[in-house]
Design a protein around this ligand. Structure first.
Ligand SMILES: C[S@@+](CC[C@H](N)C(=O)[O-])C[C@H]1O[C@@H](n2cnc3c(N)ncnc32)[C@H](O)[C@@H]1O
Length: 232
């Protein structure tokens, strides 16, 4: 949950935290590996990115990484980048931990709570790239206020992304795509580099399909992609 700045109320925007009972091996990773990689917020003030992954040349963030396939792919391809992931779903976190251990990925750090709490504690201009891939669509009208792509999240991303840094967003929900475009319209802080509906012949090679995207494609749903740049 997060404090709603307008009302002071605590507002939870994510869905379930737990699914099926974890297998013993994954449970063990939650107990042993997660504490080593977990990002703890300081009691006050901002996090110091330099202490997260020593010698990293950049800092990237994936919000709602699911089972972490995309995050692991980025960490594998960019070992000199500290890749932060925020996710609340335990089974997904455990799956990513298994990949981190299997592949010896040394550049991943995890925040296992509402991504907005992490964003609020990252320093200005600290992120070189951010990803929000297939955020929960919350299709019902009364639930749309839970959508993570909202002016407050974009404000925080605009504050934390470096000038020229890329924000990648994807959704398979046509209404959410319109919602994202509306949220960006008139914002002077983001430039839309590309908005692609469906097939994307020039899709960047370093933007692998996520697990959710594969499921959506199998179900016949069209993805829409946004590549945005923080204006300098
Ligand atoms: C539809 S899934 C997509 C997962 C993954 N990005 C993919 O494409 O396979 C959305 C994920 O975002 C996570 N999520 C939703 N709200 C969140 C929040 N406020 N902070 C962190 N994670 C969140 C959910 O737990 C869920 O795993």
């Amino acid at each position: 949950m997060i404090a709603d700045s307008a009302t002071g109320a605590r507002r939870r925007i994510y869905g379930r935290r737990r699914g099926r009972k974890l297998r013993a091996g994954r449970r063990a990773l939650m107990d042993t590996l997660l504490p080593q990689l977990r990002i703890a917020l300081p009691p006050t003030g901002m996090l110091d990115p330099a202490t997260m992954v020593p010698h990293a040349k950049d800092l990237w963030l994936e919000i709602g990484f699911g089972a972490g396939e995309h995050l692991a792919a980025q960490a594998r391809a960019h070992p000199d980048v500290a890749v932060l992931g925020a996710e609340v779903f335990e089974n997904g976190i455990a799956k990513l931990l298994a990949a981190i251990e299997r592949e010896g990925l040394a550049n991943v750090r995890l925040f296992v709570d509402d991504a907005r709490l992490l964003l609020a504690r990252l320093p200005d201009r600290s992120l070189g790239r951010a990803f929000i891939l297939y955020p929960d669509p919350w299709p019902k009208e009364r639930h749309k206020k839970r959508r993570i792509v909202a002016p407050e999240t974009l404000d925080q991303l605009a504050r934390t992304l470096c000038p020229g840094a890329e924000l990648r967003v994807a959704t398979d929900d046509a209404d959410y795509a319109t919602w994202i475009a509306d949220a960006l319209a008139g914002r002077p802080d983001f430039v839309v580099l590309a908005r692609v509906d469906g097939d994307w012949p020039d899709r960047p090679a370093d933007w692998p399909a996520t697990r959710y995207e594969q499921k959506a494609a199998a179900a016949g749903r069209r993805p829409q992609f946004f590549r945005l740049s923080r204006r300098g």
